[in-house]
Design a protein around this ligand. Structure first.
Ligand code: SF4
Ligand SMILES: [Zn+2]
Length: 270
């Protein structure tokens, strides 16, 4: 049965070990975490005034990349724009409404840097995650005024909807020493991650922080005499998820499992 052991966890980074899984499953979780977990990002921008040196297109792109709080409550409070009734309403020329979007305004006419905190949301629960992301710089007598609208989307449509900034896995390393052969200090030095060590007393090789081993095999090449061998466990995987702060890595993982589950259900029905 699959087991998960969390090694490190904080607000935007989590490292965990999956046992008894195959690589295809880990890869499905990785791809779904990046491409299909719903996240909120700015999609429409109406620039009323922009005296800054930044082009409107560049400004709109920058706004799209600002991480917006997308926890479970935030995602559940919005209908996906493509499923919303407003799409069929001929009187709604904008293509979004209050049920499927969150509106922001930004107005500033004093010199200095305009930050993400200057984007004012109409929903206090859904706003930029960080206050200090620089958007543009205004000089004397310059003004910026715009409206922006954020909707729920997926990373497969645009990278701004990707909640993960890093989502990788590797198979669990296994390092074995050949007791018949001597391990030289050059081999220890060849490891870029300080995984190998020689005991000062016994001169026997030791392994430390094995999970940091990248399976690069620099040690095997440096040994030249098969004193060390590096392999991996087939069904044990070290997984790392880092997010842009819009949701926690745990939320990404749970949401990815939900998506995978519903895909499996659809497949079974089919
Ligand atoms: S495979 Fe690379 S990272 Fe791992 S122990 Fe050898 S040199 Fe170090
Ligand atoms: Zn709508």
């Amino acid at each position: 049965m699959m087991e998960i052991e969390v090694k490190e966890k904080n607000e935007d980074e989590m490292i965990f070990i999956l046992s008894d899984v195959d690589v295809a499953f880990a890869n499905a979780i990785r791809r779904i975490s990046m491409m299909e977990v719903p996240k909120i990002a700015i999609e429409y921008v109406n620039i009323i005034k922009n005296d800054s040196v930044m082009f409107n297109e560049v400004l709109a792109h920058r706004l799209g990349l600002i991480p917006i709080i997308s926890n479970f409550e935030a995602i559940e409070s919005l209908i996906p724009n493509e499923d919303c009734d407003c799409k069929d309403d001929v009187d709604n020329t904008e293509g979004y409404c209050s049920k499927c979007s969150v509106s922001f305004t930004l107005t500033k006419n004093t010199p200095g840097v305009v930050y993400s905190k200057d984007l004012h949301s109409n929903d206090p629960e859904i706003k930029p995650v960080y206050d200090t992301i620089p958007i543009l710089k205004l000089k004397e007598n310059q003004e910026i005024e715009l409206e922006a609208v954020a909707i729920v989307g997926k990373g497969k449509d645009h990278a701004k909807w990707m909640p993960t900034t890093l989502c990788t896995y590797k198979q669990y390393p296994v390092i074995t020493f050949n007791n018949e052969k001597e391990l030289s200090n050059d081999v220890v030095e060849a490891c870029p991650n300080n995984i190998l060590n020689l005991s000062k007393k016994t001169k026997k090789p030791k392994v430390q922080n094995i999970e940091d081993c990248t399976l690069c095999k620099a040690c095997v090449r440096a040994s030249g005499n098969d004193a060390v061998d590096v392999d991996y466990e087939e069904n044990k995987i070290i997984f790392k998820i880092e997010t842009d702060g819009s949701m926690t890595p745990k939320e990404v993982l749970l949401s990815a499992c939900d998506v995978l589950n519903s895909k499996a259900d659809k497949f079974i029905e089919f």
